[in-house]
Design a protein around this ligand. Sequence first.
Ligand SMILES: C[S@@+](CC[C@H](N)C(=O)[O-])C[C@H]1O[C@@H](n2cnc3c(N)ncnc32)[C@H](O)[C@@H]1O
Length: 279
Amino acid sequence: MPAVSGLLAEGLRRLGSAAEARTLLGHAAGVEPSRLALLTEVADDAAGAYATLLERRAAGEPVQYLTGLAWFRTVEVAVAPGVFIPRPETEVMTGWAIDRLVGLPGEPVVVELCAGSGAISAAIAAERPGCRQYAVELSTAACRLAERNLAGTGVALAEGDMADAFPDLDGTVDLVIANPPYIPLEAWEHVAADVRTHEPELALFSGADGLDALKVVARVAARLLRPGGWVCAEHAEVQSESVVGVFAGAGAFTQVADHTDYNDRPRYVTAVRATKLAG
Ligand SMILES: C[S@@+](CC[C@H](N)C(=O)[O-])C[C@H]1O[C@@H](n2cnc3c(N)ncnc32)[C@H](O)[C@@H]1O
């Protein structure tokens, strides 16, 4: 039976990442990566499965698609090819939203637009239980996965276009959160080849300047939120000024502010629904 140390050394050599090698060997051997240190050897079939995973990872497949799992804040979610992999950048915005909700009494109403795998909604349900939560997603593949990830959380998931989502909630929602597609189509060639090849276009690109979906988020948030309710929406690091402009120009928000992510890069806009609409 092959030695764990040799397999990990081979993984590091192939991938240049000890963490990825451990994740893939743990997955192949059916043990938590942290428990590999307790093993000296793995079975031949696990070593064979690991060799295949190394091959696929070296060819550019994201680790999360290979293991079928991703961590997002306090929750582990299922991921699959065809569905966007939740990113660490989004954890900071989600934390901002959870902080607002923790400060509200009772059963705040929360809507997530562009839910993907459902990671944001799952984290909110775990970290601020007792909200009345809704989520909408356009892609059927993502919806099927979000159904799994949100099972037992009470989040009401709708498959469809965010533009028309939840008209019954108009004017009643406490917080709207969204990580929409925001990469400009013209930036296609600057997107990492692994991302372009493996993650769905619907999750990544949104019009020539990347702002199409964010404009819809601003419109839908203005419709759904009660006066004083919050919206937060993720954007690309170069879109800080333009996205603040979208929300400030919507005639529906006050306190429009931009925030940074873990790497101190501009990453999400927040705003408060005004009591009176401009114009
Ligand atoms: C960047 S991904 C974010 C997914 C998830 N919220 C996350 O952070 O991991 C954007 C998601 O928006 C979805 N989407 C794109 N256009 C949409 C629309 N008009 N209405 C609802 N969802 C949409 C995509 O299918 C994709 O799942």
